[in-house]
Design a protein around this ligand. Structure first.
Ligand code: ADP
Ligand code: MG
Length: 381
């Protein structure tokens, strides 16, 4: 089944997998294909290399989706009947915006954003990117502006962090440590009561930093947003498990990403998250009936350069050996992930760093099974 079939009735598509397998590329190509078919689509990427922005002709992607000019696709053989919106996640800003939203009033909002301890903590939380990515997803979905939202996931070594992020954050906020600290009679209050403490006043005298007031202000304002935050985190977790959400597991045929894909598939099942299918990207495709090459005829064609002919034949043999290994990986994946019809995207001759490359990947993702066999055969050797 093509991506179009797998996305039927879905509003949210999350591309997961190991680093470097083509998640960002796949996310952009899925969004592009859905937009071509008439949907209003937003793609949220997490691409520190900013390749996506440049390939979509956007100098900069802000923390809100921007419309990709349809003219950008002129001459690429792809007509956008819908709309393609793209943004690059700014984790820290997303986190700040969420706090602003949850703060009970304007002064609480300003207090918390200006608070030195909040600034440190929010950078640390936002630094993990996983929670902010799904928080953004929730916000875009709730806006009702888009028929479909495609989410790229962070280049983290552990794709599972992303799945657990809402729960981990809620766990922290509901945890005893924070309760003790934020309770009216808790540690913060105790510290405040001992405001004259030699350590703090000494510190303030020497450094000019009023750590104590920062600390107590932090606990005071944070306690005002904890409930809203917990509520939001569970809504985000619910959205991940929603029937209108689907996870695509993206992998390359290399051994390490393959193992990670298998592991991730299992975790999706355990967490009751909807698995939408497997995309095996960068596959080297073996021709069904590869012609044997007559080495001496080739040498004659190469002006009698027998050495070059031998090396060319060897190079082709090496490639075919890799293609056989890729085919074995795909068979292994089919069984382990229980997806008999994964979507294969070949290793293209060049980097996918422009619209033409994305359109090419999109074609493989959205082809029917029959069309895809023909397209793959063109790439086989
Ligand atoms: N099918 C493909 N053929 C050739 N190059 C590809 C293909 N898919 C992805 N790439 C290249 O591989 C690199 C990693 O892709 P990317 O989408 O950034 O992976 P990820 O987001 O999983 O880290 C990029 O340089 C991209 O252009
Ligand atoms: Mg990426």
């Amino acid at each position: 089944m093509s991506i179009a079939g797998r996305m039927a009735g879905k509003r949210i598509c999350i591309c997961t997998g190991s680093g470097g397998v083509g998640k960002t590329t796949t996310a952009a190509a899925v969004a592009m294909g859905l937009a071509a078919r008439g949907q209003r689509v937003a793609v949220v990427t997490i691409d520190p290399a900013r390749r996506l922005a440049s390939s979509l002709g956007l100098e900069q992607l802000g923390n809100e989706p921007r419309l990709v000019e349809p003219g950008h696709f002129a001459g690429q053989g792809l007509e956008l009947r819908g709309e393609l919106w793209a943004m690059m996640l700014d984790a820290k800003r997303t986190f700040d915006e969420l706090i602003e939203l949850l703060a009970p009033d304007a002064s609480a909002r300003e207090d918390i954003l200006a608070n030195r301890i909040y600034q440190e903590l929010s950078s640390a939380v936002a630094g993990s990117q996983e929670f902010t990515a799904v928080a953004k997803l929730y916000e875009l979905d709730a806006s009702g502006q888009f028929d479909a939202i495609v989410l790229d996931t962070p280049p983290s070594r552990n794709a599972l962090d992303f799945l657990d992020a809402p729960q981990r954050l809620t766990g922290f906020l509901e945890g005893r440590a924070l309760k003790v600290l934020t309770a009216p009679t808790g540690a913060a209050a105790a510290i405040t009561a001992r405001g004259g403490s030699l350590v703090f006043s000494g510190l303030r005298r020497v450094t000019g930093v009023d750590l104590l007031s920062d600390l107590s202000a932090f606990f005071r304002v944070l306690s005002g947003v904890v409930d809203g935050f917990t509520e939001r985190a569970s809504a985000v977790a619910r959205l991940l498990g929603d029937p209108a959400t689907t996870f695509l597991v993206v992998t390359s045929p290399e051994p390490t990403p393959v193992e990670e894909a298998i592991f991730f598939r299992r975790r999706l099942a355990e967490a009751d998250m909807p698995f939408g299918g497997l995309v095996v990207n960068r596959v080297r495709v073996l021709a069904r009936s590869a012609p044997t090459i007559d080495e001496s005829a080739l040498a004659a064609n190469l002006g009698g350069d027998g050495d070059l002919a031998a090396r060319s034949v060897q190079a082709l043999e090496d490639l075919r050996a890799l293609a056989r290994r890729d085919a074995a990986s795909v068979r292994h994946l089919k069984t382990e992930l229980d997806d008999q019809h994964p979507i294969l995207v070949p290793q293209l001759g060049r980097d996918v760093s422009d619209v033409a490359g994305l359109v090419a990947v999109q074609r493989f993702l959205f082809a029917t099974w029959r069309e895809r066999s023909a397209l793959l055969a063109e790439q086989a050797f």
